[in-house]
Design a protein around this ligand. Structure first.
Ligand SMILES: *Cc1c(COP(=O)(O)O)cnc(C)c1O
Length: 398
């Protein structure tokens, strides 16, 4: 709670413009505002069954989906636990903090981790991956781990291209993708892109409070089953369970399920293609402003090539300590919360803006206007005309 009587223009509806958790629609909150339902039979069971086909649709897959009560890290662990054995080698393709974190988890579970690190501003170098896979004549690498959109850097990777490289080398490894930041924002097609395992969570593109996550997996991934799987993480009972309580290995996350049902209904009503297009256009409006600001002073979009930028989050370099100063100004003065320079050094030289999920053009324009004011109030040098450029980009795309 802010102290009373402190003058600030932040009072009013806040905008949490961080890359997850994302803005929750009122309809999702209202769906959750209820007494606990009967967990033994009835509506909750039908509702849970109804989530499964919609979760497959949003990932564009006919594969299986298991639901876990946990955040994205839980889905990471589930994916690894069901596929790896102690001593297996995994290839980590790092383009930011998140794939490195997934790899550290694999190491903690007894895997050998080989990392190709592309730093914080570049996508995966597919030609290099092809070389590494081609040299692996013994099939040492059991799984390739890649993050579709790395939320710390806003780098977007070409997952279909990665599959093409694996196919060209005839490598049998599993392709495992983290779509925690991209699902329901950036186009992702699990089956068409040949992904064997995909993980995501509910609190980013799926607009539901953090606490539920998902692992999609195909029969090849299921057959790879290693020696790390324990009863709780086993995805088999959670898929098409013959007994309701197997879905979650215990009590269902009742209210999350109601919220998620509503969020998926909203995505269906808008149309998944339209959801992708909205995110793409909003991202282009954000970039139009940053391109102008960057013409003078310390500001720079983290990813130079728009083709490798996420449509859900934008990472920006602005010099230390401007990143932190700007974030604090926007939050305290205007009610806009921006994301921290997660995993960056120094962290206060960066910030991120989340434009994922329940976000529309006026929210983006408000966020950009607030950032523009913050740059002026703090005396951070910047190019002129960012808001005009953003408005022009919006006018051309609406
Ligand atoms: C948010 C995120 C995670 C971690 O999810 P948690 O719910 O915080 O555990 C992992 N990977 C990516 C790409 C993310 O955006």
């Amino acid at each position: 709670m802010k102290a009373l009587f402190v003058m600030s223009l932040s009072h009013g509806r806040a905008y949490l413009a961080i890359p997850g958790p994302s803005v929750m629609p009122d309809a999702v909150l209202q769906a959750m505002h209820r007494a606990s339902p009967n967990i033994y039979e009835g509506e909750l069971h039908d509702l849970t069954d109804s989530l499964v086909p919609d979760l497959k649709d949003i990932a564009m897959t006919d594969a299986h989906v298991a639901i876990y009560i946990g955040n994205g890290h839980a889905a990471w662990e589930a994916a690894l636990a069901n596929t790896l054995s102690a001593g297996d080698t995994v290839l980590v393709l790092a383009t930011g903090r998140f794939c490195i974190g997934w790899g550290e988890m694999a190491e903690g579970m007894g895997a050998k981790v080989e990392t190709l690190d592309y730093g914080a501003q570049s996508p995966i170098d597919l030609a290099q991956v092809e070389e590494v896979l081609a040299q692996d004549n013994t099939g040492r690498i059991k799984a390739v781990l890649a993050v579709h959109v790395d939320t710390s850097t806003s780098v977007k990777n070409d997952i279909a291209g990665l599959r093409a490289v694996m196919d060209r080398t005839g490598h049998p490894a599993l392709l495992m993708a983290d779509c925690i930041a991209s699902l329901g924002c950036d186009r992702f097609e699990m089956d068409a892109w040949g992904v064997d395992v995909m993980v995501s969570g509910c609190q980013k593109g799926l607009m539901t409070p953090a606490g539920v996550s998902f692992v999609w997996f195909n029969d090849k991934a299921d057959a790879a089953r290693g020696d790390r799987v324990t009863a709780y993480w086993d995805w088999r009972p959670r898929v098409n369970p013959d007994y309701y309580f197997k879905y979650f290995d215990g009590t269902a996350p009742t209210h999350h399920l109601y919220g998620l049902r509503t969020a998926l209904d909203m995505i269906k009503a808008e149309g998944l293609e339209n959801v992708f297009t909205r995110h793409e256009k909003l991202a282009q409006i954000v970039w139009a402003a940053f391109n102008q600001w960057s013409t003078t002073g310390p500001m720079a979009l983290n990813v130079a090539d728009p083709a490798h930028r996420s449509h859900a989050v934008t990472s920006v370099g602005i010099g230390s300590p401007n990143g932190d100063a700007l974030r604090k100004w926007c939050e305290n003065q205007c009610g806009l919360t921006l994301g921290i320079g997660l995993g960056r050094d120094p962290a206060d030289a960066y910030f991120r803006i989340g434009h994922m999920g329940h976000v529309n053009a006026h929210m983006i324009m408000g966020a950009l206007g607030t950032i523009d004011a913050g740059l002026k109030a703090l005396g951070i040098p910047h190019g002129d005309g960012a808001l005009t450029a953003a408005a022009q980009a919006l006018a051309e795309r609406a």
